[in-house]
Design a protein around this ligand. Structure first.
Ligand code: SF4
Length: 380
């Protein structure tokens, strides 16, 4: 999440609120944090104030001085803590907003970008409050973790609250699918009757033992059962495959396995690895130049596409991909994480390319080269 540092005054407990530049009338301010340049701005009725004016007088109320208020937008939702850290938990201009249901997980994936914690405070009350602060026009909200199903039925509380507060917003749940091996749990998700919900589930190999080695648990067949149960209740499912040294060789076989066993999935995303968390710790074991798995990736993507399924490629750089599969690439990297490097200057595909994870600034393909001519249409 984007985060900036300010200097806090009168802040003891976290302040959670929606950013406002003072447009609301006095009765609609109780959930808002005022952002202003002017030292004399009236902060009456607001939860707190963020300003770049050192002379600002808080009159005993919470406020935070930052270097530049240009980082804020009307409708963002932030948490200001006692250390003056301002954490953007929702960005109005982003298409990648998500709720962290829990940081706990029942898997220990060798490339997990966010290693799980063992214990934590229940995040559901906080998440319910966030949902109420999000803009009503939000296109999509992710529910992620950790493993979101570890919060049990509270997951459905979140789904139902989003449905009520943000009726036009799609939901994307990222889960390892294990809990859905319980038919009743899959049924409860279906009973939420959300009109636009997709559940994305990682599958790393067509061989159970290999998948289990990657996720650090013997759960392959539970995930498979979870997929069948979700399909039984007509839930929209996406599959995710993270590509690294341990998964790339059997991508075509995995694609074939998916085609034969899970023809009902709405999409299959092949994802370049983000090198943070455990992926950074296990870098030598996992990292390979994405250029070096192009043959397997191309075969897997075209195998699915030729058979009428919907493959996608996430987090990839267009110049590294073979031309005939570039059209499957998505701009999948969250805005706050995505960067371009100097080699991208002047590239004709910059606007369409996902770019790089900030964390992959050093670890990227050695085949990055700006594209100066487009020889063919990159749409599928
Ligand atoms: S040069 Fe940069 S912007 Fe262009 S395709 Fe490659 S990675 Fe993307």
């Amino acid at each position: 999440m984007k985060q900036i540092q300010g200097t806090p005054y009168n802040i003891e407990d976290d302040v959670v609120g929606r950013i406002s530049f003072g447009k609301r009338n006095i009765f609609g301010r109780s959930n808002d944090i005022l952002v202003c340049k002017d030292a004399d701005s009236s902060s009456f009725g607001y939860l707190a104030t963020i300003t770049e004016t050192v002379a600002f007088k808080g009159k005993g109320k919470p406020y935070c001085i930052v270097e530049d208020i240009a980082d804020f937008h009307e409708g963002d939702v932030v948490v200001i803590n006692a250390k003056g850290e301002i954490i953007f938990v929702y960005e109005i201009n982003s298409n990648h907003n998500a709720l962290m249901a829990t940081e706990r997980c029942n898997h220990r994936c060798i490339m997990c970008p966010q290693p799980p914690v063992l214990q934590e405070k229940d995040k559901t009350p906080f998440n319910l409050r966030l949902i109420s602060l999000f803009d009503k026009k939000t296109q999509e909200i992710g529910i992620t973790g950790g493993e979101p199903t570890l919060i049990g039925d509270k997951l459905f509380t979140l789904v139902n609250h989003i449905k009520k507060e943000l009726p036009k917003t799609a939901i994307s749940i990222l889960s390892n699918g294990v809990k859905f091996a319980e038919k009743e749990y899959a049924m409860k998700l279906a009973m939420c009757k959300h009109p636009d919900l997709q559940i994305d589930i990682p599958l790393f190999s067509d061989i159970a033992e290999e998948h289990n080695r990657i996720v650090g648990a013997k759960t392959f067949y539970k995930t498979v059962q979870g997929l069948y149960n979700l399909a039984l209740f007509h839930q929209r499912i996406g599959l995710r495959v993270v590509i690294h040294r341990r998964t790339y060789k059997r991508l075509p076989q995995l694609a074939d396995f998916i085609y034969h066993n899970f023809p009902f999935v709405a999409q299959v995303a092949f994802m370049q690895m983000e090198t943070i968390g455990l992926a950074k710790e296990n870098f030598d074991e996992l990292w390979m130049d994405p250029y070096d798995y192009n043959i397997e990736l191309r075969e897997a993507v075209l195998l699915l596409a030729d058979r009428g399924m919907k493959p996608y490629i996430y987090n990839a750089q267009l110049c590294v991909l073979p031309e005939d599969i570039r059209c499957y690439a998505q701009q999948s990297i969250s805005d706050w994480k995505s960067i371009y490097i100097s080699e991208c200057d002047g590239c004709m595909l910059k606007g369409q390319c996902a770019g790089f994870f900030e964390s992959n600034r050093q670890a990227h393909s050695s085949h990055i080269k700006k594209i100066e001519h487009i020889s063919s249409d990159i749409s599928c």
